[in-house]
Ligand binder design. Sequence first.
Ligand code: PMP
Length: 427
Amino acid sequence: PYSGPSAEQILKKRKQYLNPAIFHFFKNPLNLVDGKMQYLFDEKGRRYLDAFGGIATVCVGHCHPHVVDAIVNQTKSLQHSTILYLNPAIADFAEALAAKFPGELKVVFFTNSGTEANELALLMARLYTGCHDVISIRNGYHGNAAGTMGATAQSSYKFNVVQTGVHHVQNPDQYRGVFGSDGLKYAKDVDEAITYGTSGHVAAFIAEAIQGVGGVMELAPGYLEAVYGFIRKAGGLCIADEVQSGFARTGNHFWGFEAHGVVPDIVTMAKGIGNGIPLGAVVTTPEIAKVLAYRSYFNTFGGNPVCTAAGLAVLQVIEKENLQQNALNVGSYLQHRLSSLKDKYEIIGDVRGRGLMLGVELVTDRQLKTPAKVETLHVMEKMKEMGVLIGKGGFFGNVFRITPPLCFTKEDADFLVDVMDYTLSKM
Ligand code: PMP
């Protein structure tokens, strides 16, 4: 049994010693002390169904035994070697990861986070093309360092410390966007941003296949293919940010971009790659990777044996436990059940997403699409009280984000929807 400090004691320390920007949504934040697969346990031993997975990070399940064994075994033999020496863990994982990509995407750079991966991707694109301008989509999130804050296009996370040379284009948002689901019309804005905002040459376009922080926004069909065409015509590289949508989460594919029939020049990933251990990566072609051969890209912890051993174990579990198929089956079932809730409750304006990356948007008026911000928080709080944890996002803070570990079952999906149903019925 847990014998550490109480939630109140931790909260007090947190207020005194930690980053004041950290938010925790709940009136009484949970003190979570244990995790097992899709469940989390608080200090009193109370169990919660985790339908957020630390923001799509816990990929194969909390403390999955195979991943834990890989971490523990590697930790006992060697934790750190630096890039000067050989070690099997990094090489084996790079090989296994490269096998997950189409075409020429075969060279892997390891980092410690999604931010670092995106910073590196932008740097490579700029070195490769000799251009500075980058295009990213409004409402996207790409990280929290100078360059990636520039690429991020939400005021709550944006911070133009330096002039970043990033141009934000219209979000191909099928729910609120002016062109509905017409991806080609939104894509034209990229062409115009190049024409009117740059010399006609750009370094890169960066986008998530499904905006996570932005509220599980799927890009309108046809958009990405058309945009990749415009960008390549302007000499730029196409970067796919798979930090949330990668690693089998979307069910029908291993990577989010695959649903759009495109092949990026650079792919970035983090979160699910290590099931919660700090790890990120950039995958690109040998030709693009060469831009870093003449200057050393050095990252002290990136690709260390412990994290790469964990990464390899995650890939093995996804395969062995058929988790992509599970994400598809359980995700489709869950989406179907959430859509039935939409028929029942006016407050649900939209249900969207793919596989186990789902969003439920709450509005006080379906016609005006007025964000139901307070109600969203209320439902989250009540669901927590009944033992179900979901996330929240979207620019207006009115979208439930459902991104559980991929071992989520149909029974878990039923429990989640029943609890949401009950909560909404009491409002
Ligand atoms: N890209 C996307 C799509 C993300 O969701 C995030 C994190 N929310 C990042 C990049 C940044 O990753 P990290 O927090 O690991 O730096």
